[in-house]
Design a protein around this ligand. Sequence first.
Ligand SMILES: [Zn+2]
Length: 107
Amino acid sequence: MSRRLLSCLWCGREIIESDAGRRRRYCRQSCRQRAYEHRNSLKGTGIPDDSVVLSAHEAANLADRWFAARCAAEDVATAIDEGATLEELRALGKALVELARDAERLR
Ligand SMILES: [Zn+2]
């Protein structure tokens, strides 16, 4: 299965494509505005204007969300090893998908 995530260039959240119109780069107007302000703030700094700059707090939160997703994946693996029921696996799988989806965002 090969799918590509179309994600907002500012916040990283998934962009839901509307079937008409050109490809969107931001999930919402406020993200477009924040990205514009960010590009302006980088002028003259030598930092490429397409850089993804996260605060230490945002980076730590991103790492925390991925860690939660990894723990949920390990829970699924453990449950399989221990012969969990389909119902238990279904619940663990659902939790994993939700955490992984939350981990996609940058901010
Ligand atoms: Zn966004």
